[in-house]
Design a protein around this ligand. Structure first.
Ligand code: ADP
Ligand code: MG
Length: 718
């Protein structure tokens, strides 16, 4: 009886097992059986060579067009060059050493074969250097390649796809299946799923497309369900300990604040505000994600929640991703509160509290005072970076934690936060301006309830975005600089955003035609010497010392600096309503969502904002299409969906710091929304009835495996 946990080595031999482990990290039977084919080639159907991407490990089914051997010019020995084709495009192959002779003999024009290697480029041609190959002949009787469907596996330089296919085949021959399907049969029936053994056999050695599809369905369900079960359990666990119930109070600081608000809350702010207010009153911890465009008024919602907490005699902590942002938040909260933030000071209001900043760059005396204010409870609102949580700063009575810009704040940090409270868990409100597609929200942030602010507060002018294609329309760049000068002349300010700092080694690109990206330092120099001469230009980037960054931000906020040239450090949270223009240099080097996020920095005041996407990309390229999409819509949700379609899923999960990268092999966050949604409902139902999954050992096992993998993944990254 072979089980999933058995090692591969005794079954496949040391050499093969080593190759599977080094290249692909596969060590057990389960690892190999769950190493699914990336795609299937129908026998006789040639691979579309145009679809190959540089640097990818590929397996290509193609026909040999020509093959010649010659002496190498600079070294001893022979070199064989071959050209293979799919009938339209060509791919060049090069072989050295002994293989050069074998290749020359076997790769006769007209022969079909499989060729595996890493795609490179030599001059204008795509090529595979020294690929592994296997000839496909009708006579090769009994060979795997007589199968109608050739599974193509993710492979590595240590082992190619047909060797993997061979290993799987050997394994399947001696495998006698799973003793018990982890999904109970009633459950399978309800959701129309085939058994696990059948699915695994079919996924590796299918006989039809229909078989592949039902097998995929089952295996996707396994992944979706394990994730959703884990999340349902996490939701349950996070409410296991009580939270401080923070009742609304009339005549308190929140009422005082509301009474002097210079504007009306938007309908969305009122609705979400009500929701949060009642969450805070409950003795169960709130775990809420608040999404909303930059400038949609999230901070206002958060501040009102913090004031309700203060009214209840508790403290709030607001966490920002960087010290610069923390300092800025503290300042703007103080401004918004005015004398309501001056407790104990002359002129402070009766109901006042205090906003305390705590950062690593404070001196000892400042820090000691801050810690004292926090532990005594004088500080009703504490602002800092995530270090507040990690350093175990002692609070008098922490009631609410607000996390700004959650994409840098993953599941692990949320867990740490919950683990630190004593008998109580604080309420948690996570805010993000990056709209998250529904499937990602369900999969990565599935332990949070989601709210959204979908409108901008009234009187806000929409941002206008224009692509500036400098190759085709060089004059537009001059026009762009002129616009910046006009804005500055009208008393406004401008950002220039660049992909690179410029104090590092020039970035090397594989692509000969691609120059290094424009840098903050070069662009700033260019601006002060030329188009923006006479204006006060400063730079801001992540490698500057914190005090310097802070000084620059302060000067910019005070309009002593008119033009800020920066990296994406300004992406999150920077709020200078007087800034009205942003030029994003080499805009094609940024992702769609990132561009959208960046441009949210302008048009925060009453004057209209302008965002210029400066690029050398020609029209009619995929990259240009992306920029045109950003130009044409302000709907962040639409752009997030587009981003999801464009990026590889691993990147999205990676960016979300989910640690869920290695665990979703089959499930697609883009295409499998239905499965994810259905699995979520099913998982909740199971956990409601059986929180510890005691009656569902199979499901408990799936969750345990998932958590082990996540943990390993997390440790690897840490
Ligand atoms: P976010 O945190 O979502 O980026 P903020 O809460 O910082 O947005 O709000 C952006 C700006 O809009 C701030 O200057 C804030 O004072 C202002 N603001 C917030 N809510 C309203 C409203 N209902 N009406 C008018 N202005 C508002
Ligand atoms: Mg904000």
């Amino acid at each position: 009886m072979i089980s999933f946990d058995d090692k591969l080595q005794p079954l496949l031999g040391k050499k093969t097992a080593d190759a599977l482990e080094t290249g692909l990290g596969l060590t057990t039977v389960g690892d190999l059986l769950r190493h699914y084919p990336r795609r299937y080639d129908e026998r006789g159907k040639l691979t579309d060579i145009r679809s190959l991407e540089i640097d990818e490990h590929v397996t290509v089914q193609a026909e040999v067009r020509k093959c010649t051997m010659r002496k190498m010019a600079s070294r001893r020995g022979q070199l064989t060059e071959a050209v293979i084709t799919d009938g339209t495009s060509e791919l060049h192959l090069v072989f050295f050493g002994k293989v050069a002779f074998v290749a020359e003999k076997e790769l006769l024009p007209g022969t079909r074969g499989l060729f595996a290697g890493k795609v490179g480029r030599y001059k204008k041609n795509l090529q595979l250097v020294h690929p592994a190959f296997e000839i496909l002949t009708p006579e090769s009787d009994g060979s795997d390649f007589l199968q109608a469907f050739l599974p193509v596996y993710p492979a590595s330089q240590h082992i190619n796809t047909w060797n993997i296919a061979n290993c799987v085949k050997q394994l399947l021959e001696i495998w006698d299946g799973v003793p018990e399907d982890p999904l109970p049969s009633a459950f399978r029936e309800e959701h129309g799923l085939i058994g696990l053994e059948e699915a695994l056999r079919a996924i590796h050695r299918p006989e039809s497309w229909a078989q592949i599809s039902v097998a995929q369905q089952r295996l996707k369900w396994d992944e979706a369900l394990a994730v959703q079960l884990a999340l349902a359990q996490r939701r349950k666990a996070s409410t296991a300990r009580p939270a401080p119930s923070c009742a609304r109070k009339s005549g308190g600081i929140l009422d005082a604040f509301d009474a002097r608000l210079p504007f009306k809350l938007t309908a969305g702010q009122v609705e979400v505000g009500e929701q949060i207010a009642s969450d805070l009153e409950a003795p169960v911890p709130m775990n809420r994600l608040l999404q909303g465009e930059v400038g949609s008024g999230k901070t206002m919602v958060a501040l009102r929640a913090m004031l309700q907490t203060v009214d209840a005699g508790r403290q709030s902590a607001m966490l920002a991703p960087t010290e610069v942002l923390a300092a800025q938040h503290a300042r703007s909260l103080q401004e918004m509160l005015g004398d309501l933030a001056q407790a104990g000071q002359l002129g402070g209001a009766d109901v006042a509290t205090r906003v305390t900043l705590l950062t690593g760059s404070m001196n000892t005396a400042q820090r000691r005072q801050a810690l004292l204010d926090i532990v005594t409870g004088e500080a009703g609102i504490v602002v800092g970076t995530h270090a507040i949580i990690q350093d175990k700063v002692e609070f008098h009575s922490l009631g609410l934690v607000v996390v700004d810009e959650q994409h840098r704040f993953g599941v692990e940090q949320r867990d740490a936060l919950r683990a630190r409270g004593s008998a109580e868990n604080p309420h948690v409100l996570v805010m993000t301006a990056t709209p998250i597609p529904r499937t990602v929200a369900m999969t990565v942030y599935g332990d949070l309830e989601v709210s959204a602010l979908r409108e901008l507060p009234g009187g806000r002018s929409p941002i206008k975005t224009s692509v500036v294609p400098v190759r085709e329309k060089p004059a537009w760049l001059d026009r762009a600089f002129a616009r910046v000068r006009e804005e500055v002349a009208a008393g406004h300010q401008a950002y220039f955003v660049c992909p690179r700092i410029g104090d590092e080694e020039p970035a090397k690109t594989d692509d000969e035609d691609k120059r290094p990206a424009l840098s903050v330092i070069d662009v700033a120099n260019m601006l002060v010497q030329g188009p923006l001469r006479g204006l006060r230009v400063e730079i801001l980037h992540g490698r500057m010392p914190p005090e310097e960054k802070d000084a620059v931000m302060r000067a910019f906020a005070a309009n002593q600096v008119q033009v800020l040239v920066a990296t994406t450090v300004i992406e999150v949270g920077v709020n200078v309503p007087n800034a009205t223009v942003m030029a994003i240099m080499d805009a094609d080097r940024f992702g769609v969502s990132q561009l959208h996020q960046l441009r949210g920095r302008v048009g925060r005041g009453s004057a209209p904002g302008l965002c210029l996407l400066v690029t050398e990309m020609p029209e009619m390229t995929a990259t240009m299409e992306r920029l045109r999409a950003v130009e044409s819509t302000l709907d962040g949700f639409e752009l997030a969906q587009l981003d999801l379609e464009l990026r590889r899923e691993g990147d999205i999960l990676g960016a979300a710091q989910s640690g869920r990268r290695s665990t979703l092999k089959m499930l697609s966050l883009l295409r499998d929304e239905d499965i994810i949604a259905e699995a979520r409902v099913a998982a909740q139902a199971v956990v409601d009835q059986d929180p510890d999954l005691q009656q569902h050992p199979g499901l408990a096992g799936m969750v345990a495996t998932l958590l082990t993998e996540e943990r390993a993944d997390f440790l690897e990254k840490a």
